[in-house]
Design a protein around this ligand. Structure first.
Ligand SMILES: CC(=O)SCCNC(=O)CCNC(=O)[C@H](O)C(C)(C)COP(=O)(O)OP(=O)(O)OC[C@H]1O[C@@H](n2cnc3c(N)ncnc32)[C@H](O)[C@@H]1OP(=O)(O)O
Ligand SMILES: CC(C)C(=O)C(=O)O
Length: 569
């Protein structure tokens, strides 16, 4: 029976309105090319931590802090010390145990509330340097439902917060304090009002070009497309007073899945600094992923100014500290991001590697370029091993790649086609991926069986040469189904002589139409591998493979193996 007609439910889209605060007709940011990394600030230990199911314990916090320092972060928001004893204690631990490198600023977040600001200054006392980051929400919805205040009331919260901070500075004379102010939910705030509040805060902080204020413009909840963020940030930079005394900072969240693009457009639009987290942990859909941002610069040939050369170690740290997994397809780091399953991708990758290495001097190429691989996996500490994996979507290229990279066998093109059919049967039957080990087992069973019916025990060659014309006579001792057999034949070389011997003894027409060989391994462990393509009287094509330290023996074994496959049908 055909399925009953189903009427799809209409989504209540009319309950939503686009929010586009500014359309900048003379925008310049789309033409900007970013050629320098912005200042990075990690908020893993604050915005990341406050979003966790299980917030980090002291050991996890320290592990994350040390990892961020090792990566090269110079500004690290270490928590909200006034919010909880663990955050306060962690701040004290960093200061008292002298764990903050000379070139690193710790940053602490606080609301514009007196008791919280006082506690924050207690927390940072004794630190050589600190950024005090105070904030309040400025957007119409929160003004109304959270604070019940008009614009003036909201501005006063910010200004009073700034005054309290300035005043408390004298209680910690040994600490060099810098300031960051966030009009929280900036992207949902009327831009003119955000400017008004920021400038009122600047009047209190009195920043200079030598001692600038960080004005952080959060997409607390991502609410419009990245191009709108670009326009708004360019407009903000043009409009804010004393631009040279302001570090414009971005703090994108990822609710629409566009945080990376938003941050990139914001930087093109003139922002100096970006706050984010490793692999994008953070509230709801997360903060912007700083690793991906940095890697996007790297891929454009720009110094990312962060060390991501062991991306898996960073992932392990993030997963340990956050107790959340980083998904398999996450940009640059996921388990599957340097892996191709599909046939045409594998074929192109294999050819790409061959071309890259053919043009490389001592293995060092000038410019990366392999289809379907945006970066050289080695540059982030990943290997080529998992680049190609084989399932039912794969073709000969993938099979050939695994046989070469994992097992050292450089299969000739037509053998790749023959063998990949066997692999295709396997992957279709199992419905899953085939591992390199299973592929090898299949190859052995097909081409290098442990108990072949036809075994070459010994052979003798006698070569005569008259006026440059050489003839080879071969006598071979075989075992066929365990029974000894002697064969004799003559030809232009050992392979031809052996084929003649087989044809003469077994009475089956059979010839070699293609032959290739190569070495596997080096020195005393080197083995020769020979591949022969044979044709029978009825035109059946079968390949044979032989392996031996001696190249002639390997060739003869390949011929015999092909003959056995021909006679087995
Ligand atoms: C977008 C962001 O991520 S901002 C950072 C958010 N992070 C966190 O909140 C994590 C840490 N926070 C906390 O643990 C708690 O909020 C604390 C301990 C700081 C404060 O707790 P509480 O005193 O219970 O207050 P609570 O957080 O509920 O705050 C609500 C009150 O603070 C006011 N408030 C909220 N934010 C701010 C601010 N930035 N500045 C001034 N007042 C504020 C609210 O209007 C409300 O006032 P009301 O009680 O008069 O209605
Ligand atoms: C406090 C601010 C910067 C914040 O975390 C946000 O708006 O997301």
């Amino acid at each position: 029976m055909p399925p009953a007609n189903v009427t799809p439910t209409k989504m209540p889209f009319e309950k939503y309105r686009p929010f586009v605060p500014i359309v900048l007709h003379d925008r310049t940011w789309p033409n900007v090319v970013t050629d320098k990394a912005p200042r990075w600030c990690s908020v893993d230990l604050r915005d990341g931590n406050q979003a966790l199911i299980d917030p980090m314990d002291p050991a996890r916090k320290l592990k994350m802090f040390n990892e961020l320092v090792a990566m090269g972060f110079k500004e690290i928001e270490i928590g909200f010390p006034a919010a909880s004893q663990p955050d306060f204690d962690f701040c004290r631990q960093l200061i008292e145990d002298d764990l903050i490198p000379d070139d690193v600023h710790i940053q602490v977040l606080v609301q514009c509330r007196q008791e919280l600001i006082e506690r924050t200054y207690e927390a940072i006392a004794g630190a050589p340097r600190a950024i005090v980051h105070f904030y309040n929400s400025t957007n119409p919805l929160q003004r109304e439902v959270v604070f019940g205040l008009d614009q003036e009331g909201i501005k006063s919260i910010a200004v009073n917060g700034a005054k309290m901070c300035k005043k408390l500075e004298e209680t910690i004379p040994e600490t060099s304090v810098r300031y960051e102010y966030s009009p929280e939910s900036f992207t949902l705030t009327e831009p003119e009002f955000a400017i008004e509040v920021c400038e009122a805060v600047m009047d209190v902080i009195e920043p200079t070009a030598d001692d600038p204020i960080i004005l952080n413009l959060p997409a607390t909840v991502e609410c419009y497309s990245p191009n709108v963020y670009g326009d708004v940030i360019e407009w903000f930079g043009r409009t804010i007073k004393q631009r040279d005394a302001v570090i414009v900072s971005l703090h994108p969240h990822n609710d629409r899945g566009c945080a990376i693009a938003a941050a990139e457009f914001g930087v093109m639009a003139g922002a100096d600094r970006v706050e984010g987290t490793l692999f994008g942990n953070g509230e709801r859909t997360g903060n912007v992923d700083i690793v991906a941002l940095a890697m996007n610069l790297f891929v454009n040939g720009v110094d990312p100014e962060l060390d991501i050369s062991d991306i898996d170690a960073l992932r392990r740290t993030a997963e340990y500290c956050n107790r959340l997994p980083v998904p398999e397809r996450h940009p640059y780091v996921g388990d599957l991001v340097y892996t191709a399953f599909s046939g045409s991708h594998q074929d192109a990758i294999k050819k790409g590697f061959e071309a890259l290495h053919a043009g490389a001097d001592d293995g060092e190429y000038d410019t990366w370029g392999v289809p379907y691989l945006p970066i050289d996996p080695h540059h982030v500490g990943r290997s080529y091993e998992a680049v190609i994996r084989v399932n039912s979507q794969s073709g000969k290229g993938g099979v050939a790649y695994v046989m070469k990279e994992e097992h050292g066998f450089e299969l000739p093109r037509r053998l790749q086609i023959e063998f990949s059919k066997a692999i295709q049967h396997h992957t279709e039957d199992t419905g899953t991926e085939i591992t390199p080990t299973t592929m090898w087992d299949t190859f052995q069973a097909e081409y290098l069986p442990s108990e072949p019916r036809f075994v070459l025990r010994t052979h003798e060659l006698h070569t005569t040469s008259t006026e440059g014309e050489g003839r080879t006579r071969l006598t071979g001792q075989l075992a066929v189904d365990g029974e000894p057999v002697t064969v004799q034949g003559e030809g232009d070389g050992p392979v031809e002589a052996f084929v003649a011997a087989i044809v003469a003894h077994f009475g089956e027409d059979f010839d070699v139409v293609d032959y290739s060989e190569h070495a596997i391994g080096r020195g005393s462990n080197a083995q020769a591998v020979a591949y022969v393509e044979t044709v029978s009287a009825d035109g059946t094509i079968k390949w044979g493979v032989g392996q031996n330290p001696n190249i002639t023996t390997a060739s003869l074994r390949a011929v015999l193996a092909a003959f056995e496959r021909q006679t087995d049908g």
